[in-house]
Design a protein around this ligand. Sequence first.
Ligand code: ADP
Ligand code: MG
Length: 695
Amino acid sequence: MTKVPELFGSMVFSDKAMQERLPKSTYKALKKTAQNGEPLDEGVANVVANAMKDWAVELGATHYTHWFQPMTGVTAEKHDSFIQPKNGGVIMEFSGKELIKGEPDASSFPSGGIRATFEARGYTTWDPTSPAFVRDGTLYIPTAFCSYTGEVLDKKTPLLRSMERLSEEAVKILHLLGKTDVTRVSTTVGPEQEYFLIDKDMYNKRVDLKMTGRTLFGAMAPKGQELEDHYFGSIKTRVSAYMRDLDEELWKLGILAKTKHNEVAPSQHELAPIFSTSNIATDHNELTMEIMQKVAERHGLVCLLHEKPFKGVNGSGKHNNWSISTNTGENLLKPGKEPENNTQFLLFLAAVVKAVDEYQDLLRITVASAGNDHRLGANEAPPAIISMYLGDDLDALVRSIINGEDYHSHKASRMHTGVGVLADFKKDNSDRNRTSPFAFTGNKFEFRALGSSLNIGCPNYMLNTMVAEELSQFYDKLNGSDDIESAVRSLIREVFTNHQRIIFNGDNYSAEWVEEAERRGLLNLKTLPEAFDHFLDDKNINLFTKNNIYSESELRARCDIELEMYSKQINIEGMTMKQMAQKEIIPAVSEFVHELSKTVIAKKQVSEAVPTKAEEGLIISLSNELEQFIALTDELGKQIDRACAIDDTSEKAHYYQESVISKMNEIRELGDSMEEKTSAKYWPYPSYTDLLFSF
Ligand code: ADP
Ligand code: MG
């Protein structure tokens, strides 16, 4: 390996590369655009494009692509070469126009009915706030994607808009508080990414994994995660080689891959980067997920990013560490030594508390997916009920504010290890709470309900928008007051008082919390269709339209797209299950029963005295289950037909959730029970032992 500092960012058109290759004035104009959101003129774009092309060609690039994040949930790219005919040959060219604007055919991307197929035109626009990079001989240009008529068709645009909104409102508040040197505020994100690695040969034998990303059948292995020996365990050689290779690929692209370790479930792992601005963190996380899968192939492995690939062991999530900081380098969610006297911190904290309470439904909606529905509330991930954890100290402070009592912060105490050779160290002020969906962790919030495959742009634009909205309401209340300090104090008290129900420091996995949350009037939206019933509530439409994130029609389109996506996914799962049952499992069990029957007959021929009870018992129980299994599979087929005939997207999603999924659960239970009884020689798929413990 070359030295990491040299390797790092070597394939990125970074700030350093720009400074080296752009004329000073061009570099300055570009920086202004990136930092202040000012539009870029075409002259500047031409110079940047040419320098970018030269740089990319030196790194072996022959093509460029506008890289974007449509509503499909994966990134999209279409490659164009730099060639331009000249004097019977070609030269390599790339113009400012090509850099700024692309025109992919938009008709095959989900638009939620916004655009008819005959209005196919769509545009991609360069996002200069996220650096371009070279991968596999292609220059990648991060872009936003919209329709000919300007409707947003991607996940990046709302994120960029929300970042600007939050910045505007936070700056206004900070100016009110006297911090007039602050001109811009950014949100920062560090996403911790979980994943599974399994052997590629095993994967190839499982049609369910190939079609749906998860196992639809599979009896539990004799061992799961009960010994707790995998979490932080020593990393196996093959996995370690994969991780090393992965880190290198990510570093080349300027991705700050930092931490790697084994997770709770067998074959499960995690990668966490160092945080960056929400926009770059999102692009980097999309890249990370893609590269994880590509690098796995090279190692004869498959990287599973599904939220619940295996029943009976933990699924995979993503922790979205989120904070707000100023261009002067201050983290606005840092309590400091005396949080009780830090009104600025308390005001921003109050904005987050109010936002999470008022828009619980949106936070739940934004993490909803067919895959994540298996995790939320399953005692391995935070429940579907959104609440906040502040830690003991901050909780006590909030309570003292509500009650108008004095509060003195505990100074961080020291940890005495009691062993001479071990150094004593400063303890954190609060212990960790691993069960809360939205936890304060010292100087940031950790939103833990995300599924592993989610584009983090979505939860982040929701968060940014709702906090921007609260700050704008705060500004309206505070602006013009004579005594700003006391006005802020009373506003903070009012907000904490009105929204204390959202704060919960206990065990979110307990049954008592479900009851308590209901008493508090908190929402418990267990599945995606239930959650999406709230997406278009008036308050949510108001939030997005008022803050210019979406128009009402764009919002309706998003809702349709997500519901349709859900229905399609469950449909694919149902169809795959039916196919596995009919083409493989039923014939396999049948054959095994036939084999057993032959054994019984053969034994009887030897002598009536040879016992055959065991085989007969097995024949009877498997035959009974098989009968039921076939009947249920038929019913599943009929339900899928019925679901396909439903037009209304919400009704359809509800039908899939309430009928198709529960039928699938019944089928799986029987299938797994038959797997346990059937000889491995006859069972058509690799078992959970093969999948989870093969290397
Ligand atoms: P853990 O959750 O395991 O305790 P850490 O506290 O080390 O992990 O941090 C988790 C993630 O939070 C990392 O990606 C880290 O870069 C990120 N993080 C730290 N500070 C901030 C911040 N101010 N804004 C956003 N993310 C942050
Ligand atoms: Mg974490």
